[in-house]
Design a binder for this molecule. Structure first.
Ligand code: EPU
Length: 423
């Protein structure tokens, strides 16, 4: 078993380049199914979830070549439309093959997905939207089996702006007859990015209001070249790291400030600012940090993926902060782990109360999901003594070269392989 071992408390200095966004790369890989030929995707992060999506693509008959961060995907010989359970159970984003397969082949079998256990995460919006476009969907032994004689554009309304449901509907609509309106659509930058990719492939995609997308489907789409947008959640993680210690001097490159408006406003309230220096941004903080109130919301609100990360920073603010999670009912599991390190966070039903400042003490802890794991890494870096983080494969799902990036900044973090009797 592999774990991270961190000796915390050291001030960190240096520059980090933010990688391409995992949550933009995953739908982009699914969308390659919509056209036959060779796609070129640039700035693709080399993370576990991306490789898992590519394994599914390969299983369906696709080919890929990954060189550095350039990914060539060849969909010429894709014939199979059954996503295998073994791969789908590893990754939530495998649900994105629903829209892509039924759009491209008018059929598909997609297991109910696995992924991070942060809540119930139903797929009813995906099913009802695709059904309205003309797909027949039934659940057969844990698999969603999709069939459509034809897909026909319609007006769809999402009761909640689900990110992957919007993406699934966009992909199916791009090869449906006529016009599809998706009202109540998610407008995360990764959703807008998928719209750009579909446009490059030949579909007509237009945002007609802040939460309504109009898509005119085409009979055929063509492969395209596109660069993945920077990862706003990785960026938020390093912004917090920059502010975690008074003497940290971290410069961030490829920082997508345009996607980080709400987190940056919160950081300002906490006492953290950015200073532009050439191409990079330096994270600067006040000596004393202030407590804040955070409520997670769909974009452009405060991202749920950053709430565990901000909780670690708020442990260093003087006073009581409150974070309320409105998207996923099980996203506070990391609190039990932080409390093992002495955080003393109080957990209410959908909120946590953080009383700072707190001196964290290193201890063995377990990543319970991807972002929870990243939060524990930050906690370990700000704690006294040694922190050992278990279940690091969850962190590797979405953070590219995290250990190497932190080591470049001078962090004392290493990957340790435990003997079976130690683990
Ligand atoms: N929901 C339903 N029914 C549905 C779909 C969603 O009730 O059919 C509910 C969910 O239960 C949740 C809310 O809608 O309460 C929002 O979930 P959403 O569908 O937007 O989440 P997702 O598409 O499954 C994506 C990201 C997550 C991120 C969320 C919210 C990808 C691959 N995943 O998930 O990313 O937390 O949007 O922004 O894009 C991560 O990267 O760590 C991660 C979990």
């Amino acid at each position: 078993m592999r774990i991270y071992e961190i000796k915390g408390g050291k001030p960190l200095k240096g520059e980090v380049k933010i990688s391409g966004a995992k949550n933009a790369a995953l739908p982009a890989i699914a969308a390659t199914l919509l056209a036959r030929g060779v796609f070129k995707l640039e700035s693709v992060p080399r993370v576990r979830d991306v490789f898992c999506m590519l394994e599914i693509l390969k299983h369906l008959g696709g080919k890929y070549k990954f060189e550095d961060h350039t990914l060539l995907v060849d969909t010429t010989s894709i014939r199979d439309t059954v996503v295998p359970y073994k791969l789908a159970s590893k990754i939530r984003a495998s649900i994105l093959f629903m829209g892509a397969l039924v759009g491209a082949f008018k059929e598909g079998t997609v297991p109910l997905p696995g992924g991070c256990k942060i809540g119930k995460r139903p797929v009813n919006f995906h099913i009802s939207g695709l059904t309205k476009l003309g797909a027949e969907i039934c659940l057969d032994h844990g698999n969603l089996v999709l069939k459509a004689r034809r897909l026909k554009g319609r007006e769809l309304v999402l009761d909640f702006p689900s990110v992957t449901a919007t993406e699934n509907l966009m992909m199916a609509a791009a090869l449906a007859e006529g016009e599809t309106l998706i009202k109540g659509a998610a407008r995360e930058p990764e959703v807008v990015f998928l719209g750009e990719m579909l446009k490059r492939m030949g579909a007509e995609v237009k945002w007609i209001s802040e939460d309504t997308i109009c898509i005119k489907g085409k009979k055929n789409l063509n492969p395209c070249e596109i660069e993945i947008i920077p990862d706003r959640i990785e960026a938020g993680t390093f912004l917090v790291l920059g502010a975690l210690h008074k003497n940290n001097r971290i410069f961030l490159r490829n920082l997508p400030i345009e996607y980080l408006e709400t987190p940056l406003l919160k950081l300002k309230e906490i006492g953290v600012k950015l200073k532009k220096q050439g191409e990079a941004f330096l994270v600067k903080r006040k000596k004393e940090l202030s407590p804040v109130r955070i409520i997670t919301q769909p974009y452009p609100g405060f991202p749920t993926d950053l709430q565990p990360i901000f909780a670690v920073l708020l442990l260093q603010a003087k006073g009581i902060s409150k974070i309320t999670e409105t998207l996923f009912e099980n996203r506070f599991l990391y609190v039990y782990e932080l409390n093992r390190m002495g955080a003393g966070i109080e957990l209410e039903e959908r909120s946590i109360l953080i009383k700072g400042p707190v001196k964290l003490v290193g201890s063995p802890v377990k990543a319970t999901d991807l972002r929870a794991g990243a939060a524990l890494v930050l906690a370990g870096l700000s704690a006294e003594n040694t922190t050992q983080i278990y279940e690091i494969h969850l962190i590797e799902r979405g953070y590219e070269n995290l250990v190497e990036k932190l080591q470049t900044l001078g962090a004392d973090i290493s990957v340790k392989t435990l003997n079976p009797d130690e683990s």
